[in-house]
Design a binder for this molecule. Structure first.
Ligand SMILES: [Fe+2]
Ligand SMILES: [Fe+2]
Length: 546
């Protein structure tokens, strides 16, 4: 490879953001929520692997155990896992102590807060937590606490030095499930100790489209001579195909997989829940990182689940994003950390929080936050929003995993916003039980029957159809089903024709089609152009119905 010609970062270089060698999903960043995950998820999984690695090796081969708490190293590399565990125990001792303090605070409140004044109890708060929590009751005298999250991010509990990026080449969709297996280094990985908010992260990803000479790259990433060959292999002199933005007079949307959709219209671009595939040969056609505009006006996040906030993608596009829009929340609950604080502490600028029914306007585009019920195991979580986008007379609702547990909500919303042309709805109507995602945050054992009854489930056929009917939708797209093979590493879903989400969404699609509503379950890639004439046409019945 030339040392003179400028080099681009290859489009098939996978970049995994890590914290303590664990894949950085959003619950590993807010300090208190991360502390609980370290002790109740990571250390427990690693302890179990170290004592019985072959149990893990067998479990990961069983499709029924997909997404379970098992390390996927074929029973090998036990010494390296032990080293990771021991380092976490040593370097993260204060977070381990914080996690225990949260547990004992919960216990203390349960046992001693009986509806009388809480002030005397402050002296019983574990020392490490004092000054970081306020004790509160709800209106029925149930005690709890709120974390002062901004202060926790300023404290030693938020430690950027544990953040890193692991680079390696990827040539197929086959990636192990990352939430239960720590990432270990190997000969073909480049492990960069970089905090996520470092400007070097942006400089690195600019190299996908703006090349630099080798010596500058080497200096920027502080590469040792012994790593020259490995790092060189991640770069190429070949320039990527440049992206042609949509410049037509209408609206163009493109489906990138799961809940990721790009909309371009009259110079405004928006990406919803960005999760992007790298670029390599594959039987499943798709849009990739190469199909994004150089500048993205708005990234919009629907909710705080790992398949909707993917740092791996978000960090790579951060330098292109002008604004990131998130559901408003800063209530200090372990299960509902503030997204604004989370993104700002990871180096994102212009994080805009919107409340339900609040909106932003950019040119001809109006974006309104609509309530998103359910899909969070009945936990008090506010970080979730469906986004209604209105461009001229055309309207689209990105409802993500909204579960229509209360149809009256949509009747009220219809009064406010009128008919909606196109609905995008996730229908993962089985959903994992509460403990799968939120278990580490619980400080008491949850009965199995309760756990099973409280699921991360999206809408079923009836619930979805009620939304379609209520808004008199002309198009209904089932999306966010986790079916794209390049997302297995965060989804752990494998549907068959007999899976309920497939049966229920098939029913919805059929019912819509019988009524003349365009409907399909999105998979892989899709492009729709809405001509301005069609948009004007859509206005006629819209006016009749409202
Ligand atoms: Fe979700
Ligand atoms: Fe989802």
């Amino acid at each position: 490879m030339s040392n003179i010609q400028p080099l681009y970062l290859r489009p098939n270089v996978q970049v995994e953001p890590l914290i303590d060698h664990w894949y950085a999903w959003p619950h590993l960043i807010p300090p208190a929520t991360a502390a609980r995950n370290i002790t109740e998820r990571h250390l427990k999984i690693m302890d179990s692997y170290i004592s019985a690695p072959m149990i893990h090796a067998n479990a990961v081969k069983n499709p029924k155990m997909l997404g379970g708490p098992f390390i996927d190293y074929d029973g090998k590399r036990v010494d390296e896992i032990r080293a990771v565990r021991d380092r976490i125990r040593k370097d993260r001792a204060h977070l381990i102590e914080l996690s225990a303090a949260l547990q004992s605070l919960d216990g203390m409140l349960r046992e001693t807060a009986r509806g009388y004044g809480l002030q005397p109890l402050y002296q019983n708060i574990p020392g490490i937590l004092r000054g970081y929590v306020e004790l509160v009751y709800d209106l029925n005298n149930h005690p709890s606490f709120r974390l002062i999250e901004p202060l926790l991010y300023k404290s030693r509990f938020y430690d950027r030095s544990q953040q890193s990026l692991m680079l390696s080449k990827i040539s197929s969709d086959d990636r192990p499930f990352v939430l239960s297996t720590p990432r270990l280094e190997s000969d073909d990985t480049l492990h960069l100790r970089l905090p996520f908010d470092s400007p070097i992260v942006d400089d690195l990803f600019r190299l996908k489209s703006n090349p630099l000479p080798w010596h500058e790259i080497k200096e920027m990433l502080q590469i040792r001579d012994s790593q020259d060959d490995l790092v060189h292999s991640l770069f190429t002199t070949e320039s990527p195909l440049s992206y042609a933005p949509y410049q037509g007079p209408g609206v163009r949307w493109r489906y990138f997989g799961h809940a990721c959709i790009l909309i371009e219209s009259q110079g405004v671009s928006m990406v919803f829940d960005p999760v992007l595939s790298y670029t390599y040969e594959s039987a499943t056609s798709r849009y990739t990182y190469l199909d994004l505009p150089d500048s993205i006006d708005y990234v919009l996040i629907t909710h705080d689940h790992q398949d909707h906030i993917l740092f791996e993608t978000l960090l790579q596009i951060r330098h292109r994003v002008k604004n990131i829009v998130v559901p408003r929340n800063n209530r200090g609950h372990l299960q509902d950390p503030s997204l604004k604080l989370l993104f700002e502490n990871c180096g994102f600028k212009n994080v805009i929080e919107l409340n339900e029914l609040e909106e932003i306007q950019a040119g001809n585009v109006r974006i309104t936050g609509l309530p998103f019920l359910g899909e969070h195991a009945d936990l008090d979580i506010h970080t979730k929003m469906a986004w209604l986008v209105r461009i001229g007379p055309h309207s689209m609702l990105f409802a993500a995993d909204s579960c229509n547990i209360e149809p009256k909500l949509y009747e009220h919303l219809h009064q406010e916003v009128g008919d909606i042309d196109a609905l995008f709805l996730g229908m993962e109507c089985d959903g994992a039980p509460l403990s799968w995602l939120y278990g580490p945050l619980l400080t008491q054992k949850l009965e199995r029957a309760m756990d099973e009854s409280r699921r991360l489930a999206g809408s079923n056929y009836e619930q979805g159809m009620q939304i379609v009917d209520c808004f008199h939708c002309r198009e209904a797209y089932v999306y966010a089903m986790g079916q794209e093979p390049w997302l297995n590493y965060v989804m752990s879903i494998k549907y068959t024709d007999q899976s309920r989400p497939i049966i229920e969404s098939n029913k919805l699609i059929r019912a819509c089609q019988e009524r003349g509503i365009t409907a399909e379950r999105l998979y892989g890639e899709k492009e729709i152009l809405i001509e301005p004439k069609a948009a004007v046409m859509a206005q006629v019945p819209l006016a009749e119905n409202t």
